[in-house]
Design a protein around this ligand. Structure first.
Ligand code: PRP
Length: 181
């Protein structure tokens, strides 16, 4: 990687590995949909690149919607405090819903969102996450589609940030402790 933004960063998954896995996930989701329509809900901001790529790997009549949750620090979040700061634009009642996340960590965000979305009585609700950190789980929740299951590493790139930076890295990298930022 010649780009200076990569200095000191180890690549965990290359753009090619990501693209291959996203294509596989898209194929499986297409099969499971059985020709029905889909509403894809992206959880801002980290899920944006994944949703963009995954949606193009799914062959279905699909629409997009987005939510955003509070950006409380992880420590505060561990207390269970998740707040909705941007709601859905359209009702999902009776729809097939796929919630799209970049990473499933403690599970607090997705547990909160799942409960919220189920109140609208969708026809089905499934979760796709590119990364899963099962060792960090606080809430009992699993995704229906997981790209990669990873240990407890601080990952950035492909939507994931450190202090809002690095989201535009095409590869997923590990932020080492003491990185100069
Ligand atoms: C990240 C990620 C998930 C959440 C997962 O979002 O996109 O939404 O954390 O963590 P959890 O399982 O412990 O709840 P973040 O709040 O960092 O916002 P961002 O997507 O804007 O980076």
């Amino acid at each position: 990687m010649a780009t200076t933004i990569y200095q000191g960063l180890e690549v965990l998954y290359t753009r090619q590995q990501i693209a291959e896995r996203v294509a596989e996930m898209g194929t499986q989701i297409t099969i499971d949909l059985k020709g029905e329509k889909l509403v894809m809900i992206g959880v801002l901001k980290g899920a944006a690149p994944f949703l963009a790529d995954l949606s193009r790997a799914i062959q279905a009549d699909a629409t997009f919607d987005f939510v955003a949750t509070s950006s409380y620090g992880k420590e505060q979040r561990s207390s269970g405090a998740v707040k909705l700061i941007k709601d859905l634009d359209h009702s999902i009642e009776g729809k097939n819903v796929l919630v799209v996340e970049d990473i499933l960590d403690t599970g607090l965000t997705l547990s909160y969102l799942r409960k919220l979305f189920l109140q609208q009585r969708p026809k089905s609700l499934r979760i796709a996450t590119l990364l899963d950190k099962p060792s960090r789980r606080i809430e009992k929740i699993e995704a229906d589609y997981v790209g990669f299951s990873i240990p407890n590493l601080f990952v950035i790139g492909y939507g994931m940030d450190y202090a809002e930076r690095y989201r535009n890295l095409p590869d997923i990298c590990i932020m080492p402790p003491g990185h100069p930022e």
